[in-house]
Ligand binder design. Structure first.
Ligand SMILES: O=c1[nH]cnc2c1ncn2[C@H]1C[C@H](O)[C@@H](CO)O1
Ligand SMILES: [Zn+2]
Length: 356
Protein backbone atom coordinates (compact mmCIF):
# COMPACT_ATOMS: atom_id res chain seq x y z
CA UNK A 1 0.00 0.00 0.00
CA UNK A 2 1.33 3.43 -0.95
CA UNK A 3 2.36 5.60 1.96
CA UNK A 4 2.71 8.65 -0.27
CA UNK A 5 -0.90 9.71 -0.38
CA UNK A 6 -3.48 8.19 1.96
CA UNK A 7 -6.58 6.60 0.46
CA UNK A 8 -8.80 9.23 2.07
CA UNK A 9 -12.45 9.60 1.04
CA UNK A 10 -11.53 12.85 -0.75
CA UNK A 11 -8.70 11.20 -2.68
CA UNK A 12 -10.91 8.24 -3.65
CA UNK A 13 -13.58 10.66 -4.84
CA UNK A 14 -11.02 12.55 -6.94
CA UNK A 15 -9.63 9.35 -8.51
CA UNK A 16 -10.87 9.02 -12.11
CA UNK A 17 -13.15 6.00 -12.27
CA UNK A 18 -14.72 3.87 -15.00
CA UNK A 19 -18.14 2.32 -14.36
CA UNK A 20 -19.40 -0.55 -16.51
CA UNK A 21 -22.37 -1.83 -14.49
CA UNK A 22 -24.96 0.67 -13.27
CA UNK A 23 -28.74 0.40 -13.77
CA UNK A 24 -30.56 3.59 -14.77
CA UNK A 25 -33.72 2.51 -12.93
CA UNK A 26 -31.68 1.56 -9.86
CA UNK A 27 -29.98 4.91 -9.43
CA UNK A 28 -32.62 7.62 -9.08
CA UNK A 29 -32.36 10.31 -6.40
CA UNK A 30 -35.04 9.62 -3.74
CA UNK A 31 -36.36 13.18 -4.12
CA UNK A 32 -36.74 12.66 -7.87
CA UNK A 33 -38.78 9.49 -7.31
CA UNK A 34 -41.13 11.47 -5.06
CA UNK A 35 -41.45 14.43 -7.42
CA UNK A 36 -42.01 12.27 -10.48
CA UNK A 37 -44.57 10.12 -8.61
CA UNK A 38 -46.49 13.28 -7.75
CA UNK A 39 -46.33 14.54 -11.31
CA UNK A 40 -47.49 11.32 -12.98
CA UNK A 41 -49.87 10.01 -10.31
CA UNK A 42 -47.82 6.93 -9.42
CA UNK A 43 -49.36 5.56 -6.22
CA UNK A 44 -48.11 3.44 -3.39
CA UNK A 45 -44.75 4.99 -2.48
CA UNK A 46 -44.11 3.95 1.12
CA UNK A 47 -43.30 7.54 2.19
CA UNK A 48 -43.08 11.06 0.76
CA UNK A 49 -39.94 11.93 2.73
CA UNK A 50 -36.73 11.64 0.66
CA UNK A 51 -34.52 10.40 3.52
CA UNK A 52 -37.11 7.84 4.60
CA UNK A 53 -37.65 6.71 1.03
CA UNK A 54 -33.91 6.23 0.52
CA UNK A 55 -33.81 4.11 3.69
CA UNK A 56 -36.85 2.12 2.54
CA UNK A 57 -35.19 1.21 -0.76
CA UNK A 58 -32.04 0.20 1.03
CA UNK A 59 -33.86 -1.99 3.59
CA UNK A 60 -35.90 -3.60 0.83
CA UNK A 61 -32.76 -4.32 -1.19
CA UNK A 62 -30.81 -5.70 1.76
CA UNK A 63 -33.01 -8.77 1.68
CA UNK A 64 -30.65 -11.63 0.92
CA UNK A 65 -32.60 -12.52 -2.21
CA UNK A 66 -32.32 -11.28 -5.80
CA UNK A 67 -36.05 -11.71 -6.34
CA UNK A 68 -36.88 -9.55 -3.28
CA UNK A 69 -34.18 -7.08 -4.30
CA UNK A 70 -35.84 -6.63 -7.70
CA UNK A 71 -39.22 -5.76 -6.15
CA UNK A 72 -38.10 -2.18 -5.39
CA UNK A 73 -37.87 -1.42 -9.11
CA UNK A 74 -41.69 -1.23 -9.40
CA UNK A 75 -41.49 2.22 -7.81
CA UNK A 76 -38.70 3.54 -10.01
CA UNK A 77 -40.01 2.14 -13.28
CA UNK A 78 -43.48 3.34 -12.26
CA UNK A 79 -42.35 6.97 -12.42
CA UNK A 80 -40.30 6.63 -15.63
CA UNK A 81 -43.15 6.27 -18.13
CA UNK A 82 -42.90 9.53 -20.06
CA UNK A 83 -40.13 11.19 -22.04
CA UNK A 84 -39.62 14.13 -19.67
CA UNK A 85 -39.12 11.76 -16.73
CA UNK A 86 -36.63 9.64 -18.68
CA UNK A 87 -34.65 12.70 -19.77
CA UNK A 88 -34.52 13.96 -16.18
CA UNK A 89 -33.51 10.63 -14.66
CA UNK A 90 -30.79 10.08 -17.26
CA UNK A 91 -29.43 13.62 -16.93
CA UNK A 92 -29.29 13.33 -13.14
CA UNK A 93 -27.56 9.96 -13.36
CA UNK A 94 -24.81 11.43 -15.55
CA UNK A 95 -24.38 14.37 -13.18
CA UNK A 96 -24.36 12.23 -10.05
CA UNK A 97 -21.73 9.94 -11.54
CA UNK A 98 -19.61 12.91 -12.64
CA UNK A 99 -19.81 14.21 -9.05
CA UNK A 100 -18.66 10.75 -7.91
CA UNK A 101 -15.50 11.10 -10.01
CA UNK A 102 -16.63 8.76 -12.81
CA UNK A 103 -14.98 9.73 -16.10
CA UNK A 104 -16.68 7.11 -18.29
CA UNK A 105 -19.86 5.13 -17.60
CA UNK A 106 -22.00 2.57 -19.37
CA UNK A 107 -25.47 2.84 -17.87
CA UNK A 108 -27.96 0.06 -18.61
CA UNK A 109 -31.74 -0.18 -18.60
CA UNK A 110 -34.53 -2.25 -20.11
CA UNK A 111 -36.51 -0.13 -22.61
CA UNK A 112 -39.53 -2.46 -22.37
CA UNK A 113 -40.08 -1.43 -18.73
CA UNK A 114 -40.94 2.14 -19.76
CA UNK A 115 -43.71 1.47 -22.27
CA UNK A 116 -46.65 1.03 -19.82
CA UNK A 117 -48.16 4.40 -20.78
CA UNK A 118 -47.70 4.12 -24.51
CA UNK A 119 -44.09 5.11 -25.23
CA UNK A 120 -42.52 3.22 -28.11
CA UNK A 121 -39.16 1.53 -27.51
CA UNK A 122 -37.45 4.04 -29.84
CA UNK A 123 -38.88 6.97 -27.89
CA UNK A 124 -37.48 5.49 -24.69
CA UNK A 125 -33.99 5.10 -26.15
CA UNK A 126 -33.98 8.59 -27.63
CA UNK A 127 -35.22 10.22 -24.41
CA UNK A 128 -32.56 8.47 -22.32
CA UNK A 129 -29.87 9.45 -24.84
CA UNK A 130 -31.06 13.05 -24.68
CA UNK A 131 -30.83 12.95 -20.89
CA UNK A 132 -27.28 11.57 -20.97
CA UNK A 133 -26.23 14.35 -23.37
CA UNK A 134 -27.82 16.98 -21.10
CA UNK A 135 -26.18 15.51 -18.01
CA UNK A 136 -22.76 15.38 -19.66
CA UNK A 137 -23.07 19.04 -20.63
CA UNK A 138 -24.34 20.06 -17.19
CA UNK A 139 -21.32 18.38 -15.61
CA UNK A 140 -19.00 20.44 -17.81
CA UNK A 141 -18.22 17.29 -19.81
CA UNK A 142 -16.33 15.77 -16.89
CA UNK A 143 -18.04 12.47 -17.78
CA UNK A 144 -18.94 10.55 -20.90
CA UNK A 145 -21.91 8.16 -20.77
CA UNK A 146 -23.03 5.41 -23.14
CA UNK A 147 -26.05 3.13 -22.88
CA UNK A 148 -26.44 -0.64 -22.69
CA UNK A 149 -29.92 -2.01 -23.45
CA UNK A 150 -31.20 -4.93 -21.38
CA UNK A 151 -33.77 -7.53 -22.28
CA UNK A 152 -35.58 -8.86 -19.20
CA UNK A 153 -34.82 -12.55 -18.97
CA UNK A 154 -38.32 -13.48 -17.74
CA UNK A 155 -39.98 -11.74 -20.73
CA UNK A 156 -40.09 -12.94 -24.32
CA UNK A 157 -38.81 -10.91 -27.25
CA UNK A 158 -35.09 -10.38 -26.64
CA UNK A 159 -34.62 -9.98 -30.39
CA UNK A 160 -36.52 -6.65 -30.33
CA UNK A 161 -33.95 -5.29 -27.89
CA UNK A 162 -31.05 -6.75 -29.87
CA UNK A 163 -32.47 -4.95 -32.95
CA UNK A 164 -32.50 -1.66 -31.02
CA UNK A 165 -28.88 -2.13 -29.98
CA UNK A 166 -27.84 -2.51 -33.61
CA UNK A 167 -30.09 0.32 -34.77
CA UNK A 168 -28.68 2.80 -32.23
CA UNK A 169 -25.08 1.54 -32.27
CA UNK A 170 -23.76 4.83 -33.67
CA UNK A 171 -26.02 6.91 -31.45
CA UNK A 172 -24.89 6.26 -27.91
CA UNK A 173 -25.90 2.61 -27.44
CA UNK A 174 -22.83 0.40 -27.15
CA UNK A 175 -24.13 -2.99 -26.08
CA UNK A 176 -26.74 -5.49 -24.92
CA UNK A 177 -27.39 -7.35 -21.65
CA UNK A 178 -30.03 -9.54 -20.06
CA UNK A 179 -31.22 -8.70 -16.53
CA UNK A 180 -33.85 -9.84 -14.05
CA UNK A 181 -34.22 -13.05 -12.08
CA UNK A 182 -31.62 -15.68 -12.98
CA UNK A 183 -33.18 -18.80 -11.49
CA UNK A 184 -35.42 -20.49 -14.05
CA UNK A 185 -34.52 -18.08 -16.87
CA UNK A 186 -31.26 -19.25 -18.44
CA UNK A 187 -29.42 -16.96 -20.86
CA UNK A 188 -29.89 -19.62 -23.57
CA UNK A 189 -33.70 -19.18 -23.43
CA UNK A 190 -33.48 -16.94 -26.52
CA UNK A 191 -30.12 -17.94 -27.91
CA UNK A 192 -30.85 -16.56 -31.43
CA UNK A 193 -30.75 -13.00 -30.05
CA UNK A 194 -27.11 -13.53 -29.09
CA UNK A 195 -26.33 -15.25 -32.40
CA UNK A 196 -27.80 -12.24 -34.19
CA UNK A 197 -25.69 -9.79 -32.16
CA UNK A 198 -22.52 -11.74 -32.91
CA UNK A 199 -23.41 -11.82 -36.59
CA UNK A 200 -23.80 -8.04 -36.41
CA UNK A 201 -20.45 -7.62 -34.63
CA UNK A 202 -22.30 -6.06 -31.67
CA UNK A 203 -21.13 -6.17 -28.07
CA UNK A 204 -22.87 -7.74 -25.09
CA UNK A 205 -22.46 -8.60 -21.46
CA UNK A 206 -24.67 -11.06 -19.54
CA UNK A 207 -25.80 -11.05 -15.90
CA UNK A 208 -24.58 -14.48 -14.74
CA UNK A 209 -23.11 -16.17 -11.71
CA UNK A 210 -24.91 -13.85 -9.29
CA UNK A 211 -27.90 -15.81 -7.99
CA UNK A 212 -27.16 -18.89 -10.12
CA UNK A 213 -23.98 -20.94 -10.13
CA UNK A 214 -21.20 -21.96 -12.46
CA UNK A 215 -23.51 -23.44 -15.07
CA UNK A 216 -25.00 -19.97 -15.65
CA UNK A 217 -21.51 -18.61 -16.31
CA UNK A 218 -20.75 -21.49 -18.66
CA UNK A 219 -23.95 -20.78 -20.61
CA UNK A 220 -23.27 -17.04 -20.81
CA UNK A 221 -19.68 -17.47 -21.97
CA UNK A 222 -19.68 -20.64 -24.04
CA UNK A 223 -23.22 -20.76 -25.44
CA UNK A 224 -24.07 -17.05 -25.75
CA UNK A 225 -20.56 -15.65 -26.24
CA UNK A 226 -20.56 -12.99 -23.52
CA UNK A 227 -17.57 -10.62 -23.60
CA UNK A 228 -18.15 -9.56 -19.99
CA UNK A 229 -20.06 -11.01 -17.05
CA UNK A 230 -22.50 -9.04 -14.90
CA UNK A 231 -21.22 -9.98 -11.43
CA UNK A 232 -19.85 -13.42 -12.39
CA UNK A 233 -18.87 -13.82 -8.75
CA UNK A 234 -19.73 -17.52 -8.56
CA UNK A 235 -16.71 -18.17 -10.78
CA UNK A 236 -15.00 -18.51 -7.39
CA UNK A 237 -16.74 -21.91 -7.09
CA UNK A 238 -14.36 -23.12 -9.79
CA UNK A 239 -11.33 -22.04 -7.76
CA UNK A 240 -9.83 -24.11 -4.97
CA UNK A 241 -6.99 -22.22 -3.28
CA UNK A 242 -4.61 -21.45 -6.13
CA UNK A 243 -6.10 -24.24 -8.28
CA UNK A 244 -8.13 -22.64 -11.06
CA UNK A 245 -10.64 -24.91 -12.84
CA UNK A 246 -11.13 -25.05 -16.60
CA UNK A 247 -14.05 -22.64 -16.85
CA UNK A 248 -12.45 -20.14 -14.48
CA UNK A 249 -9.18 -20.38 -16.38
CA UNK A 250 -11.02 -19.75 -19.64
CA UNK A 251 -12.72 -16.64 -18.22
CA UNK A 252 -9.42 -15.39 -16.82
CA UNK A 253 -7.31 -16.20 -19.88
CA UNK A 254 -9.79 -14.74 -22.40
CA UNK A 255 -9.80 -11.57 -20.23
CA UNK A 256 -13.58 -11.71 -19.79
CA UNK A 257 -14.25 -8.83 -17.41
CA UNK A 258 -16.03 -9.49 -14.14
CA UNK A 259 -18.38 -6.58 -13.40
CA UNK A 260 -18.27 -6.92 -9.62
CA UNK A 261 -20.67 -5.02 -7.37
CA UNK A 262 -19.69 -5.85 -3.77
CA UNK A 263 -22.45 -4.06 -1.84
CA UNK A 264 -25.16 -5.30 -4.20
CA UNK A 265 -23.77 -8.84 -3.92
CA UNK A 266 -24.14 -8.69 -0.14
CA UNK A 267 -27.68 -7.32 -0.44
CA UNK A 268 -28.84 -10.09 -2.78
CA UNK A 269 -27.27 -12.71 -0.53
CA UNK A 270 -24.45 -13.84 -2.84
CA UNK A 271 -22.06 -13.28 0.10
CA UNK A 272 -22.71 -12.62 3.78
CA UNK A 273 -20.34 -9.66 3.93
CA UNK A 274 -17.80 -7.71 1.89
CA UNK A 275 -15.10 -9.58 3.82
CA UNK A 276 -16.33 -12.81 2.21
CA UNK A 277 -16.49 -11.31 -1.28
CA UNK A 278 -14.01 -12.94 -3.71
CA UNK A 279 -12.82 -9.66 -5.28
CA UNK A 280 -9.36 -9.93 -3.73
CA UNK A 281 -8.87 -13.63 -4.42
CA UNK A 282 -9.91 -13.21 -8.04
CA UNK A 283 -7.77 -10.09 -8.49
CA UNK A 284 -4.75 -11.91 -7.05
CA UNK A 285 -5.32 -14.78 -9.50
CA UNK A 286 -5.22 -12.37 -12.45
CA UNK A 287 -8.91 -12.15 -13.38
CA UNK A 288 -10.00 -8.94 -15.11
CA UNK A 289 -11.79 -7.58 -12.04
CA UNK A 290 -13.75 -4.32 -12.23
CA UNK A 291 -15.64 -2.51 -9.45
CA UNK A 292 -19.19 -1.27 -9.99
CA UNK A 293 -22.29 0.05 -8.24
CA UNK A 294 -25.18 -1.98 -9.79
CA UNK A 295 -27.98 0.08 -8.18
CA UNK A 296 -26.99 3.27 -6.38
CA UNK A 297 -30.47 3.95 -4.99
CA UNK A 298 -31.38 0.40 -3.98
CA UNK A 299 -28.03 -0.34 -2.41
CA UNK A 300 -27.38 3.24 -1.17
CA UNK A 301 -23.92 3.14 -2.71
CA UNK A 302 -21.52 5.03 -4.96
CA UNK A 303 -18.46 3.95 -6.89
CA UNK A 304 -16.25 5.93 -4.50
CA UNK A 305 -17.95 4.07 -1.66
CA UNK A 306 -17.31 0.67 -3.29
CA UNK A 307 -13.64 1.60 -3.68
CA UNK A 308 -13.51 2.65 -0.01
CA UNK A 309 -15.23 -0.56 1.13
CA UNK A 310 -12.76 -2.89 -0.60
CA UNK A 311 -9.80 -0.75 0.50
CA UNK A 312 -11.02 -1.05 4.09
CA UNK A 313 -11.63 -4.77 3.87
CA UNK A 314 -8.69 -5.94 1.77
CA UNK A 315 -6.06 -3.24 2.20
CA UNK A 316 -5.94 -2.49 -1.52
CA UNK A 317 -3.60 0.37 -2.48
CA UNK A 318 -3.49 2.91 -5.29
CA UNK A 319 -1.92 0.43 -7.71
CA UNK A 320 -4.80 -2.01 -7.18
CA UNK A 321 -7.41 0.70 -7.71
CA UNK A 322 -5.63 1.87 -10.84
CA UNK A 323 -5.61 -1.73 -12.10
CA UNK A 324 -9.37 -2.13 -11.51
CA UNK A 325 -9.93 1.13 -13.41
CA UNK A 326 -7.63 0.22 -16.29
CA UNK A 327 -9.37 -3.19 -16.42
CA UNK A 328 -12.73 -1.43 -16.77
CA UNK A 329 -11.42 0.91 -19.47
CA UNK A 330 -10.01 -2.06 -21.39
CA UNK A 331 -13.34 -3.90 -21.16
CA UNK A 332 -15.48 -0.88 -22.12
CA UNK A 333 -17.53 -1.29 -25.29
CA UNK A 334 -15.59 1.54 -26.97
CA UNK A 335 -13.34 1.46 -30.02
CA UNK A 336 -9.69 0.69 -29.21
CA UNK A 337 -8.43 4.23 -29.80
CA UNK A 338 -10.99 5.62 -27.35
CA UNK A 339 -10.13 3.00 -24.72
CA UNK A 340 -6.45 3.86 -25.11
CA UNK A 341 -7.18 7.58 -24.82
CA UNK A 342 -9.23 6.97 -21.68
CA UNK A 343 -6.37 5.04 -20.11
CA UNK A 344 -3.49 7.27 -21.26
CA UNK A 345 -5.10 10.69 -20.96
CA UNK A 346 -7.41 10.25 -17.97
CA UNK A 347 -6.78 7.17 -15.84
CA UNK A 348 -2.97 6.97 -15.75
CA UNK A 349 -2.31 10.69 -15.10
CA UNK A 350 -5.12 10.78 -12.52
CA UNK A 351 -3.68 7.93 -10.45
CA UNK A 352 -0.10 9.13 -10.89
CA UNK A 353 -1.09 12.51 -9.44
CA UNK A 354 -2.99 10.96 -6.53
CA UNK A 355 -0.37 8.42 -5.61
CA UNK A 356 2.03 11.30 -4.95
O1 LIG B 1 -28.18 -7.36 -9.91
C1 LIG B 1 -29.11 -7.51 -10.72
N1 LIG B 1 -29.35 -8.72 -11.26
C2 LIG B 1 -30.33 -8.93 -12.17
N2 LIG B 1 -31.15 -7.97 -12.57
C3 LIG B 1 -30.97 -6.75 -12.03
C4 LIG B 1 -29.97 -6.46 -11.12
N3 LIG B 1 -30.06 -5.17 -10.77
C5 LIG B 1 -31.09 -4.66 -11.48
N4 LIG B 1 -31.65 -5.61 -12.23
C6 LIG B 1 -32.80 -5.51 -13.12
C7 LIG B 1 -33.90 -4.63 -12.57
C8 LIG B 1 -34.03 -3.53 -13.58
O2 LIG B 1 -35.37 -3.14 -13.78
C9 LIG B 1 -33.44 -4.12 -14.82
C10 LIG B 1 -32.97 -3.16 -15.88
O3 LIG B 1 -32.16 -2.14 -15.37
O4 LIG B 1 -32.38 -4.91 -14.32
ZN1 LIG C 1 -27.00 -5.56 -12.47
Amino acid sequence: MSTMNPLSPEALLAAPKVLLHDHLDGGLRPRTVIELADACGHEGLPTADPAELGAWFRDNADSGSLVRYLEGFAHTCGVMQDEAALVRVAAEAAQDLADDGVAYAEIRYAPELFTDRGLRLEQVVEAVNEGFRQGEAASGNRIRVNALLCAMRQNDGWQRIADLVVRYRDAGVVGFDIAGPEAGFPATRELPAFEYLREQNAHFTVHAGEADGLESIHRAVQRCGAERLGHGVRIIDDVDGDQVGRLAAYVRDRRIALEMCPTSNVHTGAFASIAEHPVKRLADLGFRVTLNTDNRLMSDCSLTGEFAAVVREFDFGWDDLRTFTVNAAKAAFLPLDERRALIQDVVEPGYAALKG
